[in-house]
Design a protein around this ligand. Structure first.
Ligand SMILES: O[C@@H]1[C@@H](O)[C@H](O[C@@H]2CO[C@@H](O[C@@H]3CO[C@@H](O)[C@H](O)[C@H]3O)[C@H](O)[C@H]2O)OC[C@H]1O
Length: 476
């Protein structure tokens, strides 16, 4: 077996045969996230809080077990059975480097990553390695695990130096592994000046190529992988590179302005927003990969009797997006493989020890809308509206356009800062206190809740993905 590589607009194997990568992101695993795993705030906060409550040893035991159970052979087998061929693996830099011991590689970081890459390979599944958090935070959102909305990665050269160093070390480690389809060096950058991103890509490209001349690179556009308008001629310096968009559609979220009925107008809007993101690549004949997309789903426990109807609409958005992607022979990675029930292809059953322990807490998180992703703020909107009104009253419109506006509206910014960062911070200790007094066997049971065997399948989503895999296989 040889490496996959990028040839013009396509990804090809060693014989030049086109390989279309269709799969999902393993979010919430080596980069945990609040709405995926059920905690408030950021991963570094809950890890610290858990250590405070149960001690370092027990805390490390719990997280190690969590990593072990979250993805096992049965997950890979199931994934492959749907006709999917690629898993994007997001990871947090903290697995490989300690902020208090910078530039010293932590060998234990490879324990689970190597295991899962090999498990996937054994089932004929490619992997793409995605640095989802970089030192200082490369974007303004919770998933860069920085605890702030300021993407300090762009303001401090040393943070960038460390990410370049880390990629050099990872490339050295994985250079010979042909089941890795490639490296995705930075998830969803938000560089307000746009130029620092290109400079970083130049440096990380050189560091990876010095250790590994073969693997493809998947480079995200700026502003959450949606904007290549400042890339200019940058691609001329790079070879074997695909460009990554994240094609989330507003129609797949609770904030959709209207019900999705798959009208001509709505389908045109879906296509337009996708075409806009890939325009720079299309003008230059470059390869596009859609590294994240997909709706979120309603849940009976929060959304009651409208759940089924909402989800039928969301599945239609998904089908219409797939239709677009199939016509373009696009490689994609849907978000998300596994979670506690909002977006994943499989999700932890409500009867498990983890979901039982946190059931009241999760309801409180939902009510307070502390997770930004697909938040329903209806219970608390009146609390924050006065703040939005104040800013609108006192700040001139031209001064309100703080980056990443217009992708972030004023209400998004207030929501991120006030709920997702501030209120969340006050809930971190409460999350950790649920573990107080737990013995190893109980911690093991809590972590085990995340095994495939303890998960419910999102049948509607998986059927669409499987039918699509059959359809595209027949068309080939
Ligand atoms: O870890 C993932 C994370 O990668 C993902 O990030 C969000 C992606 O969407 C961003 O907003 C979109 C920006 O483009 C507009 O066109 C879309 O309508 C918006 O949805 C958002 O700000 C990012 O945080 O989200 C899920 C995480 O689990």
């Amino acid at each position: 077996m040889a490496y996959l590589r990028v040839s013009g607009t396509k990804i090809v194997d060693q014989n030049g045969k086109e390989i279309i990568l269709r799969g999902a992101g393993l979010g919430g695993w080596m980069n945990m996230e609040n709405f995926i795993s059920g905690y408030p705030g950021c991963e570094f906060q809950i890890r610290e809080a858990l250590t405070d409550v149960v001690g370092k040893e027990k805390s490390e035991f719990f997280f190690d077990k969590f990593l072990e159970y979250f993805f096992t052979d049965t997950d890979a087998k199931f994934f492959k059975s749907l006709g999917l061929n690629c898993i994007r693996i997001p990871f947090n830099y903290r697995h490989f480097e300690d902020d208090m011991n910078p530039r010293v590689l932590k060998p234990e970081g490879f324990k689970h990553l190597d295991r899962v890459i090999d498990l996937c390979a054994a089932h004929g599944i490619y992997t793409i390695l995605d640095l989802h958090t970089a030192p200082g935070g490369q974007n303004t959102d919770w998933h860069s695990d920085a605890g702030t909305h300021l993407a300090n990665f762009w303001a401090h050269k040393d943070f960038q130096d460390r990410a370049v160093w880390l990629w050099g070390a990872l490339a050295e480690h994985y250079a010979g592994n042909t089941w890795i389809a490639g490296y995705n060096p930075l998830n969803e950058p938000t560089d307000a000046r746009h130029t620092r991103l290109i400079a970083f890509y130049d440096r990380v490209y050189a560091a990876i190529r010095a250790a590994d001349p073969h693997h493809a690179l998947f480079l995200d556009g700026n502003t959450f992988a949606s904007d290549f308008s400042h890339f200019g001629d940058a691609h001329k310096k790079w070879e074997n590179v695909a460009y990554s968009i994240h094609d989330y559609s507003i129609f797949g979220f609770p904030s959709s302005p209207e019900a999705y009925v798959s009208s001509d107008v709505q389908r045109r809007r879906l296509r337009r927003s996708y075409e806009k993101k890939r325009a720079w690549m299309d003008e230059r004949g470059l390869c596009v990969w859609n590294g994240e997309w997909g709706p979120v789903y309603a849940r009976t426990e929060y959304d009651g009797e409208k759940t089924a109807a909402v989800n039928t609409e969301r599945y239609q958005v998904l089908k219409d997006q797939l239709d677009i992607y199939n016509k373009d022979r696009l490689s994609w990675s849907i978000w998300l493989y596994k979670d506690i029930g909002f977006q994943g292809m499989v999700h932890v059953a409500r009867s498990t020890p983890y979901m039982t322990l946190f059931s009241a807490f999760l309801a409180k998180k939902q009510r307070l809308a502390v997770d930004a992703w697909g938040a329903d703020d209806s219970h608390v909107r009146s609390i924050y509206q006065p703040l939005i009104d104040l800013i609108e009253r006192e700040v001139a419109p031209e001064n309100r356009q703080l980056y990443p506006a217009p992708v972030w509206k004023l209400s998004d910014r207030v929501g991120r800062l006030a709920r997702n960062i501030l209120v969340s911070e006050f809930l971190v200790k409460e999350w950790a206190e649920h573990f107080r007094g737990k013995e190893d066997a109980e911690l093991d049971e809590l972590a085990k809740s995340f095994t495939f065997e303890n998960c419910v399948h999102r049948e509607g989503l998986n059927k669409i993905l499987m039918d699509n895999a059959t359809l595209v296989a027949e068309a080939q």
